[in-house]
Design a protein around this ligand. Structure first.
Ligand code: ADP
Length: 590
């Protein structure tokens, strides 16, 4: 696959993003920390009270003393239960809010991505990041994060308690835990790369499936089934291999850890037993220390499981945050406002992804209010040129400016006031009519929306919808036909109100039954604007102020229809062949 994946965030950026998330909700985070500490402290009382009981019994104290300790034990257990539940509740609320923030930021960033980057990376990668990766991160901040937190606090308190009982036993306990540290280091060194590879392989599978499904007809027409099946199989095989690798890492790590839990308890019992016989320690202290260390296995277990989850979600978070690293187009956002409406294409060269040049030095000036038709054989570079003029992509060399400012530098908000590209694809988005229109102008009032609908002749049918502007469209909502979808798209153009429109095949594939309808709407939208039309029919070119002929990545002829016909070049040949050989209204594709 020649497609480049979207970037992945560095560890440093991931850490910073995590800190930002905590900073965004400091009170909830602080409350969760405080409640967890209190719960852990209440939990520590159990073994200590049990040790006291043993010492009391050995010292021959009565039943009342033991009963009192038992009651305290019960109360502490109850307090721990309540505090832990409260802490969990606060932690989960923090997690949910954080997840919402991660999601919103992802959507904002995805929408701000330059179209060329999305095209190059493929929608599969973006979809995989927006779905499975965000879900993984979500599970972590909502569930694993709070649990990890609780257990970390508990483990720290348990170790501290052993140190308080007897520093020597504390040192023994910590030494006994070192093999876990080794196992963890071995695992962590390999896990990030392993999980990143697994994520990338999942994206590839999603990408191949999406591309095959979207191009199913082409695949059938060219009998590419076997090749696509083989590609899918390869992607699945890679995905399987990466999954087996991470499974291997887990299957070494966890058994090693299990064994390590027993060591500190055994060590404390042996050495603590010896110390007790020599009278240096009470039996109660040894029992309490052993119980603490035994209890340690529970939070440690949770921590290690979550560390594992943290690794895979760390990789997911790095992929989600990676969107922030997509380079903005040169100087985007900080370039000055355009001075005037003139479009200048100067020495423009362009190659897709380092391939051969498809534009090889194009110079063109489009003056405000002009109607320019761009004609030429298929593959000459007409669409590529219109994409560069619409600021969707930056030229490899040379510049495309509007009012003296590079179009790619304008950013979506300012760009749509200047130049809008209208293609034959008209999308109706899931949402109300109002949502569909406000994409172009988020602050538009209902009055402005109705005005735009009236310009394109769509107000009669929108008025007849059950809830007018509030009627939901798209799947599950009200269905729109082709010409209605086109009208909505054109109404969006009216709302964006750019001074220049680039029409690429905008009317080439119109349904003949609705063509008249849409052409009328289109004519209303074009009124008073500069129009650059990639013309697929010569009669459109005939009506234009000037005609530009493109051949093999270059502009070979430029002038009015009459001038070009008189010059007797490529355009004249096309015109004569169309005009002379073909009867009246037949349309020639050039
Ligand atoms: P036209 O609109 O005149 O038919 P295009 O601008 O679509 O020409 O294409 C010009 C050349 O660029 C063609 O050779 C085409 O194969 C190539 N091309 C177009 N789009 C892409 C793309 N996304 N990736 C690589 N090459 C492309």
């Amino acid at each position: 696959m020649s497609r480049g994946h979207l970037p992945v965030a560095e560890r440093r950026d991931v850490r910073r993003a995590l800190l930002d998330l905590v900073r965004a909700d400091p009170r909830a985070f602080g409350a969760a920390l405080a409640l967890n500490s209190l719960a852990a402290a209440a939990g520590l009382a159990g073994p200590w009270l049990l040790g006291r009981m043993i010492d009391d019994v050995r010292a021959g104290h009565g039943v009342t003393a033991v009963d009192r300790l038992a009651l305290a034990l019960l109360l502490c257990a109850l307090a721990q239960l309540l505090l832990a539940r409260w802490a969990r509740y606060v932690g989960h609320r923090f997690g949910e809010r954080t997840l919402a923030r991660v999601r919103e930021r992802f959507v904002d960033r995805a929408l701000a991505l330059p179209a060329s980057v999305v095209e190059r990376a493929g929608t599969g990668d973006l979809t995989a990041r927006g779905t499975s990766d965000v879900t993984t991160v979500g599970n972590t901040v909502r569930d694993a994060g709070p649990v990890l937190f609780v257990n970390l606090v508990q483990a720290l308190f348990l170790v501290a308690a052993v140190f308080l009982l007897d520093p020597l036993l504390g040192v023994l306990g910590v030494l006994g835990l070192t093999p876990i540290g080794w196992a963890l280091r071995w695992y962590l060194r390999r896990a990030r790369d392993g999980y990143l590879a697994e994520g990338a392989a999942t994206s590839d599978v999603a990408e191949i499936l999406a591309a095959t499904a979207a191009g199913a007809r082409t695949v059938e027409a060219f009998r590419l089934q076997e090749r696509r099946t083989a590609a899918s199989r390869d992607a699945l095989e890679t995905s399987r291999r990466t999954r087996f690798h991470t499974l291997y890492l887990r299957s070494v790590f966890f058994p090693a850890v299990e064994v390590s839990y027993v060591l500190p308890v055994a060590g404390v019992l042996v050495i603590g037993g010896a110390l007790h016989s020599s009278g240096a320690l009470s039996l109660g202290a040894v029992v309490a220390a052993a119980l603490y260390l035994h209890q340690l296995s529970q939070p440690l277990d949770e921590i290690l499981v979550r560390v594992e989850q943290l690794q895979s979600s760390g990789a997911s978070f790095a992929r989600v945050e990676g969107l922030a690293r997509v380079p903005r187009a040169a100087g985007e956002g900080d370039c000055p406002d355009p001075d005037g409406d003139r479009i200048d294409v100067t020495g423009v060269r362009y190659a897709y992804d380092g391939g051969v040049e498809v534009l090889r030095g194009v110079d063109l000036t489009v003056t405000p209010g002009e109607r320019l038709a761009v004609v030429g054989p298929s593959g000459a570079g007409k669409t590529t040129l219109s994409r560069l003029m619409a600021g969707i992509d930056a030229p490899t060399a040379g510049s495309v400016t509007v009012g003296g400012v590079p179009v790619v530098g304008l950013g979506p908000e300012r760009l749509r006031r200047q130049v809008v590209l209208v293609t034959q694809e008209h999308r109706v988005f899931l949402g109300t009519v109002r949502d569909n229109l406000r994409i172009a102008e988020p602050g538009a009032s209902d009055e402005e929306l109705w005005k735009a609908l009236a310009v394109v002749g769509a107000d009669p049918w929108v008025r007849e919808l059950p809830e007018g502007l509030d009627t939901p469209l798209g799947q599950g909502g009200c269905r729109t036909d082709g010409s209605q979808a086109q009208q909505l798209a054109l109404a969006r153009v009216v709302l964006a109100d750019p001074h220049t429109l680039i029409l690429d095949e905008a009317t080439a594939l119109l349904d003949p039954t609705t063509a008249r309808h849409t052409e009328r709407a289109l004519a209303a939208v074009l009124e008073g604007r500069t129009v650059i039309a990639v013309a697929h029919r010569l009669h459109t070119a005939h009506d234009a102020d000037r005609v530009a002929v493109m051949e093999d990545g270059r502009l070979t002829e430029l002038g009015t229809h009459d001038e070009l016909v008189a010059a007797g070049g490529a355009y004249a040949a096309l015109w004569h062949s169309w005009h002379g050989d073909l009867p009246g209204e037949r349309r020639a594709s050039v």
